[in-house]
Write a protein that binds this ligand. Sequence first.
Ligand SMILES: [Fe+2]
Length: 170
Amino acid sequence: MSTIKETLLRAMEAYFKGDTRRIDHAHKVTGYAEELLAQEGGDYPIVIGAAVLHDIGIHQAEKKYGSTSGHYQEREGPPIARRILRKLGFAEQQTEEICQIIAHHHSPGKINTPNFRILYDADWLVNLRDEYDIRDSSKLSSIIDKVFLTQSGKALAHDIYLSESSQSGS
Ligand SMILES: [Fe+2]
């Protein structure tokens, strides 16, 4: 019997077809979301559902607007996520909470639940190296403090990007 996480991952992979870049990203964000969940509390099916499906609107955004920009993904993601979640048997209330998180995952401040904060930080744990110069450790430290919403997200970001081992070999 497969777990809720595996079921979601398989559905996401089927939707993204061979787009390994998006599939890998969703896997990484889900891994960090699990780590943060253990430390921050939060609701497992909501956080994992949101983590696996948070960027599910990206292909539609590209197709309709020729852009992967955050607000297009936020608009296109929820209807696709809703279809997938209903098919997998998620309760209506869970489906709506997950879709709300997806609809705001690039817009912090509008939803301020632990579930939202965990997904938001898990996404940033993966995206930080694409958005900022991670070699400048003095600046990076203050960026981490500004960007991340949870204490465990900040701590994990420091571990990943600012510890000795993260500096060597990069
Ligand atoms: Fe993402």
